[in-house]
Design a binder for this molecule. Structure first.
Ligand code: FE2
Length: 149
């Protein structure tokens, strides 16, 4: 079952804008943090991805996409493409989470701060890649999902 906010283009687009803003604002904050605070910041940033982006994608795949497909079977290929973008984001998020996990398991020896910088940069690079895929994906959704109406 899909809520009305996902079915309507304007409200759905507003949800997209809000998600992108929240992630970009959190990214700016995490980039400014240092040391162990940055690890915590990165964890919170990845939580936002999970809570907002993955949840949004799950909702679409459970409700909106099947509804559109039922109403218009010719949308099948386009919906598959959008779902595969969701999958790409889920997989990158797992990569970023495993980087954070590796970091928290690292011994706190003399070279820790060097490795911390490396891992954080790796995590932030994945985040940057996810943001660019997400923006393209949202644009694709907004250009595609209401074609059938
Ligand atoms: Fe969406």
């Amino acid at each position: 079952m899909t809520g009305p906010s996902l079915r309507q283009k304007d409200s759905h687009s507003l949800i997209h804008r809000a998600i992108v803003s929240e992630i970009e604002e959190a990214t700016v904050i995490v980039e400014k943090l240092i040391g162990s605070e940055q690890i915590e910041g990165l964890k919170l940033l990845l939580e936002i991805w999970k809570e907002k982006v993955v949840r949004h994608a799950d909702e679409e795949e459970r409700g909106l996409f099947p509804e559109i497909l039922t109403a218009n079977p010719s949308m099948s290929e386009k919906l598959e493409k959008l779902s595969s973008q969701h999958e790409q984001l889920r997989s990158l998020l797992k990569n970023a989470e495993s980087i954070v996990l590796k970091l928290t398991l690292e011994p706190k020896d003399s070279s820790f701060s060097y490795r911390l910088t490396q891992y954080i940069n790796e995590g932030l690079d994945v985040n940057k890649k996810m943001i660019s895929i997400l923006k393209q994906h949202f644009e694709d959704e907004e250009n595609t999902l209401w074609e059938y109406q």
